[in-house]
Design a binder for this molecule. Sequence first.
Ligand code: ZN
Length: 322
Amino acid sequence: MLPFKLVYTDAYYLPIGDHVFPAEKYRLIHEHLLRTGAATPGDFLSPEPARDADVLLVHTPAWVTKLRSGTLSPREEMMMEVPYSPELVRAFWLAAGGSILAAQCALRDRVGISIGGGFHHAFADHGEGFCVINDIAIAIRRLQREGSIARAMTVDCDVHQGNGTAAIFARINGGAVVGFGGMGARDFAGVEGDVFTISLHQENNYPAFKPPSSIDVNLADGVGDAEYLAQLDKALSTGLHGFDPQLLCYVAGADPYREDQLGGLSLTIEGLKKRDELVFRAAKARGIPVMVTLAGGYAQQVEDTVAIHCNTVIAAKEVYGS
Ligand SMILES: [Zn+2]
Protein backbone atom coordinates (compact mmCIF):
# COMPACT_ATOMS: atom_id res chain seq x y z
CA MET A 1 0.00 0.00 0.00
CA LEU A 2 1.34 3.40 -0.97
CA PRO A 3 1.60 6.09 1.72
CA PHE A 4 -0.50 8.37 -0.52
CA LYS A 5 -3.41 8.15 -2.94
CA LEU A 6 -3.57 7.98 -6.72
CA VAL A 7 -6.64 9.57 -8.29
CA TYR A 8 -7.89 7.86 -11.43
CA THR A 9 -10.95 6.92 -13.43
CA ASP A 10 -11.25 5.20 -16.81
CA ALA A 11 -13.36 8.23 -17.75
CA TYR A 12 -10.21 10.42 -17.85
CA TYR A 13 -9.99 9.10 -21.42
CA LEU A 14 -10.28 11.99 -23.87
CA PRO A 15 -12.61 11.23 -26.82
CA ILE A 16 -10.50 12.99 -29.46
CA GLY A 17 -10.08 10.28 -32.07
CA ASP A 18 -6.81 9.81 -33.93
CA HIS A 19 -4.62 12.50 -32.34
CA VAL A 20 -1.02 13.15 -31.34
CA PHE A 21 -2.27 13.29 -27.74
CA PRO A 22 -2.30 9.63 -26.60
CA ALA A 23 -5.73 9.67 -24.98
CA GLU A 24 -5.32 6.05 -23.88
CA LYS A 25 -2.23 6.83 -21.77
CA TYR A 26 -4.19 7.22 -18.55
CA ARG A 27 -5.59 3.70 -18.81
CA LEU A 28 -2.15 2.34 -19.76
CA ILE A 29 -0.52 4.03 -16.75
CA HIS A 30 -3.18 2.61 -14.43
CA GLU A 31 -2.68 -0.87 -15.87
CA HIS A 32 1.10 -0.62 -15.74
CA LEU A 33 1.16 0.48 -12.11
CA LEU A 34 -1.04 -2.45 -11.14
CA ARG A 35 0.73 -5.02 -13.31
CA THR A 36 4.18 -4.12 -12.01
CA GLY A 37 3.02 -4.01 -8.40
CA ALA A 38 3.97 -0.35 -8.04
CA ALA A 39 0.42 0.19 -6.82
CA THR A 40 -2.53 -1.91 -5.69
CA PRO A 41 -6.25 -1.32 -6.31
CA GLY A 42 -6.61 0.11 -2.81
CA ASP A 43 -4.20 2.91 -3.65
CA PHE A 44 -6.66 4.46 -6.10
CA LEU A 45 -9.50 6.89 -5.52
CA SER A 46 -12.06 7.72 -8.17
CA PRO A 47 -12.86 11.42 -8.62
CA GLU A 48 -16.18 13.17 -9.06
CA PRO A 49 -16.49 15.83 -11.76
CA ALA A 50 -15.73 19.34 -10.55
CA ARG A 51 -18.81 21.40 -9.75
CA ASP A 52 -19.57 24.27 -12.10
CA ALA A 53 -19.14 26.55 -9.08
CA ASP A 54 -15.53 25.36 -8.80
CA VAL A 55 -14.85 25.82 -12.49
CA LEU A 56 -16.28 29.34 -12.24
CA LEU A 57 -13.70 30.23 -9.59
CA VAL A 58 -11.24 30.38 -12.53
CA HIS A 59 -13.19 30.52 -15.77
CA THR A 60 -15.54 33.13 -17.15
CA PRO A 61 -19.27 32.38 -17.14
CA ALA A 62 -19.24 32.88 -20.91
CA TRP A 63 -16.63 30.15 -21.45
CA VAL A 64 -18.39 27.70 -19.13
CA THR A 65 -21.71 28.36 -20.85
CA LYS A 66 -20.21 27.79 -24.28
CA LEU A 67 -18.70 24.49 -23.18
CA ARG A 68 -21.89 23.38 -21.46
CA SER A 69 -24.14 24.30 -24.37
CA GLY A 70 -21.83 23.41 -27.26
CA THR A 71 -21.85 26.93 -28.69
CA LEU A 72 -18.14 27.47 -29.33
CA SER A 73 -17.20 29.46 -32.41
CA PRO A 74 -15.17 27.63 -35.06
CA ARG A 75 -12.16 29.69 -34.02
CA GLU A 76 -12.58 28.75 -30.35
CA GLU A 77 -12.79 25.07 -31.24
CA MET A 78 -9.79 25.37 -33.55
CA MET A 79 -7.69 26.94 -30.79
CA MET A 80 -8.41 24.01 -28.46
CA GLU A 81 -6.87 21.68 -31.04
CA VAL A 82 -9.19 18.92 -29.82
CA PRO A 83 -12.67 18.31 -31.27
CA TYR A 84 -15.56 19.55 -29.15
CA SER A 85 -18.08 17.09 -27.78
CA PRO A 86 -20.17 16.93 -24.60
CA GLU A 87 -18.10 13.84 -23.67
CA LEU A 88 -14.90 15.88 -23.99
CA VAL A 89 -16.31 18.47 -21.61
CA ARG A 90 -17.26 15.75 -19.15
CA ALA A 91 -13.70 14.34 -19.25
CA PHE A 92 -12.25 17.78 -18.51
CA TRP A 93 -14.66 18.35 -15.62
CA LEU A 94 -13.51 14.98 -14.26
CA ALA A 95 -9.86 16.00 -14.67
CA ALA A 96 -10.57 19.13 -12.64
CA GLY A 97 -12.39 17.10 -10.00
CA GLY A 98 -9.42 14.71 -9.93
CA SER A 99 -6.99 17.54 -9.34
CA ILE A 100 -9.15 18.92 -6.54
CA LEU A 101 -9.23 15.46 -4.91
CA ALA A 102 -5.47 14.97 -5.35
CA ALA A 103 -4.83 18.35 -3.74
CA GLN A 104 -7.08 17.47 -0.80
CA CYS A 105 -5.23 14.16 -0.44
CA ALA A 106 -1.90 15.99 -0.54
CA LEU A 107 -2.86 18.15 2.42
CA ARG A 108 -3.55 14.97 4.41
CA ASP A 109 -0.83 12.61 3.09
CA ARG A 110 1.93 15.10 2.03
CA VAL A 111 1.50 14.08 -1.60
CA GLY A 112 -1.46 13.28 -3.86
CA ILE A 113 -1.19 12.27 -7.50
CA SER A 114 -3.84 12.47 -10.19
CA ILE A 115 -3.19 10.10 -13.11
CA GLY A 116 -4.50 12.87 -15.36
CA GLY A 117 -4.84 16.64 -15.49
CA GLY A 118 -2.14 19.25 -16.00
CA PHE A 119 -4.10 21.21 -18.61
CA HIS A 120 -2.00 24.33 -18.20
CA HIS A 121 -2.75 25.96 -21.57
CA ALA A 122 -6.38 26.73 -20.67
CA PHE A 123 -7.07 30.41 -19.98
CA ALA A 124 -9.96 31.89 -18.02
CA ASP A 125 -11.96 32.64 -21.16
CA HIS A 126 -10.74 30.12 -23.73
CA GLY A 127 -9.03 26.80 -24.24
CA GLU A 128 -6.00 26.05 -26.35
CA GLY A 129 -3.25 23.49 -26.92
CA PHE A 130 -5.37 20.40 -26.06
CA CYS A 131 -6.56 22.12 -22.86
CA VAL A 132 -10.22 23.04 -22.29
CA ILE A 133 -10.28 24.11 -18.63
CA ASN A 134 -7.34 24.61 -16.25
CA ASP A 135 -7.64 21.88 -13.62
CA ILE A 136 -4.55 23.12 -11.74
CA ALA A 137 -5.93 26.60 -11.22
CA ILE A 138 -9.38 25.23 -10.38
CA ALA A 139 -7.92 22.98 -7.66
CA ILE A 140 -5.97 25.88 -6.13
CA ARG A 141 -8.96 28.23 -6.12
CA ARG A 142 -11.25 25.53 -4.70
CA LEU A 143 -8.89 24.80 -1.79
CA GLN A 144 -8.52 28.50 -1.13
CA ARG A 145 -12.29 28.92 -1.21
CA GLU A 146 -12.85 26.11 1.27
CA GLY A 147 -10.21 27.66 3.54
CA SER A 148 -7.73 24.78 3.34
CA ILE A 149 -4.88 26.92 2.00
CA ALA A 150 -4.09 30.58 1.38
CA ARG A 151 -0.98 30.39 -0.81
CA ALA A 152 0.06 27.94 -3.52
CA MET A 153 2.95 27.48 -5.92
CA THR A 154 2.84 25.86 -9.32
CA VAL A 155 5.98 24.09 -10.57
CA ASP A 156 5.36 23.41 -14.24
CA CYS A 157 7.88 21.01 -15.78
CA ASP A 158 6.03 20.34 -19.02
CA VAL A 159 8.21 21.16 -22.04
CA HIS A 160 5.69 23.83 -23.04
CA GLN A 161 5.29 27.01 -21.03
CA GLY A 162 2.31 27.12 -18.68
CA ASN A 163 0.74 30.10 -20.40
CA GLY A 164 -2.81 29.62 -19.14
CA THR A 165 -1.72 29.18 -15.55
CA ALA A 166 0.61 32.19 -15.78
CA ALA A 167 -2.16 34.38 -17.18
CA ILE A 168 -4.78 33.21 -14.66
CA PHE A 169 -2.51 34.07 -11.74
CA ALA A 170 -0.92 37.06 -13.45
CA ARG A 171 -1.72 39.59 -10.78
CA ILE A 172 1.16 38.20 -8.77
CA ASN A 173 3.55 38.83 -11.61
CA GLY A 174 3.47 42.60 -11.70
CA GLY A 175 7.07 43.24 -10.74
CA ALA A 176 9.82 44.53 -12.96
CA VAL A 177 11.85 42.13 -15.03
CA VAL A 178 15.11 41.33 -13.30
CA GLY A 179 18.05 39.17 -14.14
CA PHE A 180 17.85 35.62 -12.86
CA GLY A 181 21.02 33.99 -13.99
CA GLY A 182 20.13 34.91 -17.52
CA MET A 183 16.90 32.96 -17.27
CA GLY A 184 14.58 35.92 -17.53
CA ALA A 185 12.69 35.68 -14.27
CA ARG A 186 10.35 38.34 -12.95
CA ASP A 187 10.95 40.34 -9.83
CA PHE A 188 8.92 38.63 -7.16
CA ALA A 189 10.58 40.21 -4.13
CA GLY A 190 7.48 42.26 -3.44
CA VAL A 191 4.95 39.59 -4.27
CA GLU A 192 1.50 40.27 -2.87
CA GLY A 193 -0.45 37.65 -4.75
CA ASP A 194 -1.42 34.26 -3.47
CA VAL A 195 -0.16 31.95 -6.21
CA PHE A 196 3.46 31.80 -7.31
CA THR A 197 4.05 30.27 -10.73
CA ILE A 198 7.27 28.60 -11.90
CA SER A 199 7.59 27.27 -15.44
CA LEU A 200 10.61 25.43 -16.89
CA HIS A 201 10.17 25.02 -20.61
CA GLN A 202 11.80 25.04 -24.01
CA GLU A 203 11.87 28.66 -25.15
CA ASN A 204 11.68 27.83 -28.85
CA ASN A 205 8.36 26.01 -28.69
CA TYR A 206 4.63 26.58 -28.25
CA PRO A 207 3.22 28.91 -27.03
CA ALA A 208 4.77 31.63 -29.18
CA PHE A 209 3.64 34.30 -26.71
CA LYS A 210 4.48 33.38 -23.13
CA PRO A 211 2.66 35.44 -20.50
CA PRO A 212 5.11 35.95 -17.63
CA SER A 213 5.13 33.44 -14.81
CA SER A 214 6.63 34.46 -11.45
CA ILE A 215 9.73 32.59 -12.63
CA ASP A 216 10.13 31.51 -16.25
CA VAL A 217 13.13 29.37 -17.07
CA ASN A 218 13.54 29.56 -20.84
CA LEU A 219 15.63 26.57 -21.86
CA ALA A 220 17.57 26.31 -25.11
CA ASP A 221 16.87 23.56 -27.61
CA GLY A 222 18.48 20.27 -26.72
CA VAL A 223 19.08 20.88 -23.01
CA GLY A 224 19.81 17.56 -21.29
CA ASP A 225 19.52 16.06 -17.83
CA ALA A 226 22.35 17.83 -16.01
CA GLU A 227 21.54 21.38 -17.05
CA TYR A 228 17.79 20.85 -16.65
CA LEU A 229 18.20 19.53 -13.11
CA ALA A 230 20.54 22.39 -12.19
CA GLN A 231 18.09 24.97 -13.53
CA LEU A 232 15.15 23.34 -11.75
CA ASP A 233 17.07 23.22 -8.49
CA LYS A 234 17.91 26.90 -8.82
CA ALA A 235 14.35 27.93 -9.68
CA LEU A 236 12.92 25.93 -6.76
CA SER A 237 15.47 27.32 -4.32
CA THR A 238 14.84 30.88 -5.47
CA GLY A 239 11.07 30.55 -5.49
CA LEU A 240 10.86 28.85 -2.12
CA HIS A 241 13.28 31.35 -0.62
CA GLY A 242 10.95 34.22 -1.37
CA PHE A 243 7.54 32.55 -1.14
CA ASP A 244 6.04 30.21 1.43
CA PRO A 245 3.30 28.08 -0.21
CA GLN A 246 0.96 25.77 1.66
CA LEU A 247 0.52 23.61 -1.44
CA LEU A 248 2.87 22.91 -4.34
CA CYS A 249 1.20 21.90 -7.61
CA TYR A 250 3.68 19.92 -9.63
CA VAL A 251 2.88 19.68 -13.35
CA ALA A 252 4.87 16.58 -14.32
CA GLY A 253 4.89 16.72 -18.11
CA ALA A 254 6.53 13.77 -19.84
CA ASP A 255 7.37 15.81 -22.93
CA PRO A 256 10.85 17.14 -22.00
CA TYR A 257 11.86 13.60 -23.05
CA ARG A 258 14.39 13.45 -25.86
CA GLU A 259 12.15 11.31 -28.06
CA ASP A 260 9.08 13.48 -27.70
CA GLN A 261 7.36 14.47 -30.92
CA LEU A 262 6.30 17.90 -29.67
CA GLY A 263 9.34 18.71 -27.55
CA GLY A 264 12.90 19.75 -28.31
CA LEU A 265 14.72 19.03 -25.05
CA SER A 266 16.93 15.99 -24.52
CA LEU A 267 16.09 14.53 -21.13
CA THR A 268 16.35 10.80 -20.58
CA ILE A 269 13.76 8.69 -18.79
CA GLU A 270 16.20 8.45 -15.86
CA GLY A 271 16.73 12.22 -15.88
CA LEU A 272 12.98 12.80 -15.76
CA LYS A 273 12.72 10.57 -12.70
CA LYS A 274 15.51 12.56 -11.03
CA ARG A 275 13.48 15.67 -11.83
CA ASP A 276 10.50 14.20 -10.01
CA GLU A 277 12.66 13.27 -7.03
CA LEU A 278 14.12 16.78 -6.90
CA VAL A 279 10.68 18.37 -6.69
CA PHE A 280 9.46 15.90 -4.06
CA ARG A 281 12.60 16.25 -1.94
CA ALA A 282 12.48 20.05 -2.05
CA ALA A 283 8.86 20.06 -0.93
CA LYS A 284 9.27 17.33 1.68
CA ALA A 285 12.26 19.07 3.26
CA ARG A 286 10.13 22.18 3.74
CA GLY A 287 6.96 20.39 4.80
CA ILE A 288 5.02 21.55 1.74
CA PRO A 289 2.27 19.19 0.45
CA VAL A 290 2.54 18.30 -3.25
CA MET A 291 -0.34 17.78 -5.65
CA VAL A 292 0.79 16.14 -8.90
CA THR A 293 -0.78 16.22 -12.35
CA LEU A 294 0.70 14.53 -15.41
CA ALA A 295 0.29 16.97 -18.36
CA GLY A 296 1.83 16.35 -21.80
CA GLY A 297 3.72 13.39 -23.24
CA TYR A 298 3.99 12.61 -26.95
CA ALA A 299 6.85 10.13 -27.22
CA GLN A 300 7.27 8.19 -30.44
CA GLN A 301 6.57 5.08 -28.38
CA VAL A 302 3.61 5.51 -26.05
CA GLU A 303 5.29 2.99 -23.74
CA ASP A 304 7.96 5.61 -23.02
CA THR A 305 5.35 8.21 -22.07
CA VAL A 306 3.70 5.63 -19.82
CA ALA A 307 7.04 4.72 -18.21
CA ILE A 308 7.87 8.38 -17.52
CA HIS A 309 4.49 9.00 -15.88
CA CYS A 310 4.69 5.76 -13.85
CA ASN A 311 8.14 6.82 -12.67
CA THR A 312 6.61 9.91 -11.10
CA VAL A 313 4.54 7.62 -8.87
CA ILE A 314 7.61 5.48 -8.11
CA ALA A 315 9.68 8.57 -7.29
CA ALA A 316 7.00 9.70 -4.85
CA LYS A 317 6.97 6.24 -3.29
CA GLU A 318 10.75 6.36 -2.83
CA VAL A 319 10.80 9.86 -1.39
CA TYR A 320 7.71 9.59 0.84
CA GLY A 321 7.83 5.91 1.64
CA SER A 322 10.54 6.22 4.23
ZN1 ZN B 1 3.46 19.94 -23.20
